[in-house]
Design a protein around this ligand. Structure first.
Ligand code: 13P
Ligand code: SF4
Length: 332
């Protein structure tokens, strides 16, 4: 099996999408996956057609665990850049490809490594907990990583007399601070999608759907979270829709997850939370950079690849492994 990259596909270059029209992309992707011995990991915010081809679907923590366990020579990661980096951090022997290298994240972008290093040095002796939505360099400068599903547990595990820095999501950090009663020093980052959800529009929706349960991702701002009946990671929100007796939900997270929610709870009504002026702004532009055509090209060319300096990878791996030690075993 030839696993050499296509030399014509530059590292930072966006793939050119020239695909013969007669190709049935889902069939071609399945065929290439078999030929390459590749596995496809996808986040719930990917387009439904990509989700339907995935070997593992999940939230950030589940995908990190799946990447760590993977024995495939190739991991195709359909998510954003920091998620694919985590796959490479935990599984350096595998080739990790991301269909669009420009698939970033506003949280990771808000936290450049030099600024993070300077921030840490202004809080000597403090422990730095970083949300997984940050670059590998920032991970390597952190003591422990967390995700939305274990942030509270990780912070609770730290000695009460320690000063805790939390980066880069100030809304998640503030939520963890309220939950744990700990004072956290927060980096001022936000998610461009979750910060759009408007409390005013939520109140309006609740008035017209009084039976609906409000479920929200902790990246939403405090005023929205204060109105939520349930707060959790993408996987926790999906489970809630499936397991709750409620038939109607107002969902304050990215639109991609509706695909699995509809599957897990057919017949239940899912209403997207809205932004100011009623805008349907619950789509992550970064996640949506990956398309079926780019996925096909990524498998065909084994590019673009995620590569990391070994020192950065080792530093980041230590902080991610610390997260695994401090977080719950996965729920069956
Ligand atoms: P989850 O880990 O809950 O899937 O969140 C990832 C993310 O990017 C949310 O915006
Ligand atoms: Fe980043 Fe927000 Fe997109 Fe999640 S939804 S990947 S936090 S920009």
């Amino acid at each position: 099996m030839d696993l050499s990259p296509n030399p014509d596909r530059g590292k930072s270059e966006a793939p050119e999408v020239e695909i013969p029209s007669e190709l049935r992309l889902p069939d071609e992707i399945r065929r290439l996956k078999r030929e390459r011995g590749a596995i496809l990991l996808a986040h719930y915010y990917q387009d439904s057609e990509i989700q339907d081809l995935a070997d593992h679907l999940g939230d950030s923590l589940q995908l990190a665990r799946a990447a760590a366990k993977a024995e495939a020579p190739v991991i195709v990661f359909c998510g954003v850049h920091f998620m694919a980096e985590v796959a490479k951090i935990l599984n350096p022997k595998s080739i990790v490809v991301l269909p669009d290298l420009e698939a970033g994240c506003s949280l990771a972008d808000s936290c450049p490594p030099d600024a993070f290093r300077a921030w840490r040095s202004r809080h000597e002796g403090a422990v730095a907990v970083s949300y997984i939505n940050c670059s590998a360099e920032v991970k390597a400068l952190s003591d422990v990583i967390c995700t939305s599903s274990n942030a509270e547990r990780i912070v609770r595990s730290l000695p009460a007399d320690e000063t805790v820095l939390f980066a880069p999501d100030r809304h998640l950090g503030a939520w963890v601070a309220r939950r744990t009663g700990r004072e956290l020093v927060l980096w001022p980052g936000t998610c461009v999608v979750h910060e759009q959800f408007s409390e005013r529009e939520l109140v309006r929706l609740q008035a017209s759907h009084p039976e609906a349960e409000v479920i929200a991702h902790p990246e939403c701002e405090a005023a929205v979270l204060a109105r939520a009946d349930f707060i959790g990671s993408t996987t926790a929100l999906l489970r809630r829709v499936a397991e709750s007796r409620t038939r109607e939900f107002i969902v304050a997270t990215e639109a991609g997850i509706f695909h699995q929610m509809e599957r897990a709870a057919p017949g239940k009504t899912l209403l997207p939370a809205l932004g100011d002026g009623g805008c349907a702004c619950n789509v992550c532009p970064h996640m949506k950079r990956n398309t079926l055509a780019k996925l096909y090209l990524a498998l065909r060319d084994l590019a673009p690849r995620i590569e990391l300096p070994e020192a950065t990878r080792l530093g980041a791996a230590a902080a991610v492994e610390r997260m695994f030690e401090l977080s719950e075993p996965p729920r069956a």
